[in-house]
Design a protein around this ligand. Structure first.
Ligand SMILES: C[C@](O)(CO)[C@H](O)COP(=O)(O)OP(=O)(O)OC[C@H]1O[C@@H](n2ccc(N)nc2=O)[C@H](O)[C@@H]1O
Ligand SMILES: Nc1ncnc2c1ncn2[C@@H]1O[C@H](COP(=O)(O)OP(=O)(O)OP(=O)(O)O)[C@@H](O)[C@H]1O
Length: 320
């Protein structure tokens, strides 16, 4: 007697994960493994990537970019093969999941590519969570964070979200429990800066100056106090990013962007991570919206956001 074939039931798990800015970033010396030890305060902001992971009957991993992306997909260079960070995240989840199937990942890109905001890292974090749900892997948040750290220094933070202190290469995270909102305007560039080149440029600048960087030990407690109180004014005096001068060395126009931001009412400005996105701090949400509009009139690409926001979260889980 023939047993009836069991029909494959496809399922889609959709996850969103935030981009980040580094409110402070202290960079230590180059380590033998090619990384730098850092001490950073991460802030997850309200600009999200989305990954829809759909189980497929055919084994393997495929990746596409959603036409709903707000980035101009023709202007960016995102690999869709095994080097895509979302692909890599699905591959390591498949390795640890007993019930892994084939999977298609559709990524909605909103965070600027190679922009210093951890966009690819957000895709990886979202994919880890989506595949964990899709394949009932049952991993704990700690186990997911461990896999995240294998994918990149910024991936664990996109899973965690909120406000956190990052040590090690940025992957050893302590939540800072700073819930008050701060308001920012992101000025995005029409070019990217490769993160390794920005770190290398900082090393070169330091070497030329004969400066030996100190091993970072922690972050300025005043930054955490300002974030806890949502005190934009106090925060404006202590934003710091050691990579900023390296980003400006590679892209001198960033100095102008920071200047234009401040002359249009930002209370401070900083290059985000390795850049070239510039994060301008505003007094409140109204000031941030007004600043973004002003800068758009100046021909800049500007967007008002706030932080902290939660880390990667499932937004839907549908049987097709
Ligand atoms: C600049 C930051 O975004 C600040 O949060 C991160 O430090 C970078 O994090 P990421 O892009 O996730 O970095 P990864 O993909 O892990 O590393 C890319 C490359 O950046 C350099 N890198 C990254 C992180 C770090 N702490 N030191 C480094 O020197 C290394 O050359 C590394 O090979
Ligand atoms: N899912 C992805 N999205 C974007 N870029 C990706 C992705 N996977 C791999 N890449 C490659 O990684 C490079 C950097 O991507 P990403 O947008 O994450 O940079 P970033 O935001 O500057 O990272 P970070 O702030 O973590 O240093 C891109 O130029 C691209 O070639």
């Amino acid at each position: 007697m023939n047993t009836p074939a069991v029909r494959f039931a496809a399922r889609t798990v959709r996850v969103k994960a935030p981009g980040k800015i580094n409110v402070s970033l202290d960079v230590g010396p180059l380590r033998p493994d090619g990384y730098h030890s850092v001490a950073s305060v991460y802030l997850a902001v309200s600009l999200y990537e989305e990954v829809a992971a759909t189980s497929t009957e055919t084994p393997g991993i495929t990746v596409s970019l959603s036409p709903g992306s707000t980035l101009d997909l023709d202007a960016v260079d995102i690999p869709l093969d095994a080097s895509n960070l979302a692909y890599r995240a699905a591959a390591i989840m498949a390795d640890v999941s007993e019930h892994a199937t084939g999977v298609h990942l559709e990524i909605t890109k909103r965070v600027p590519v190679a922009g210093g905001m951890g966009g690819g890292s957000a895709d990886a974090a979202a994919t880890l969570l989506a595949c964990d749900a899709l394949w009932n892997s049952g991993l704990s948040r700690e186990e997911l964070a461990h896999l995240a750290a294998e994918l990149g220094a910024d991936v664990p933070f996109s899973l965690l979200g909120g406000t956190a202190v990052g040590l090690g290469v940025g992957d050893q995270l302590s939540p800072a429990l700073a819930k008050a909102k701060t308001h920012w305007v992101l000025v995005t560039a029409d070019f990217g800066l490769p993160t390794p080149e920005v770190f290398r440029t900082l090393d070169r600048l330091r070497e030329a100056e004969g400066v030996d960087a100190d091993e970072p030990t922690g972050v300025d407690p005043h930054i955490l106090a300002a974030l806890r109180g949502g005190d934009a004014d106090a925060l404006s005096r202590i934003l710091v990013n050691d990579l900023q001068r390296a980003s400006i060395e590679l892209a001198p126009s960033l100095r102008d962007t920071l200047g234009i931001g401040e002359s249009h009412g930002a209370i401070a400005g900083i290059v985000s991570g390795s850049g070239p996105t510039v994060a301008l701090l505003a007094d409140d949400s109204v000031a941030a919206e007004a600043l973004a509009e002003d800068l758009q009139h100046q021909g800049l690409s500007a967007l008002a956001v706030h932080g902290p926001v939660p880390g990667a979260r499932i937004i839907s889980d549908t049987l097709l």
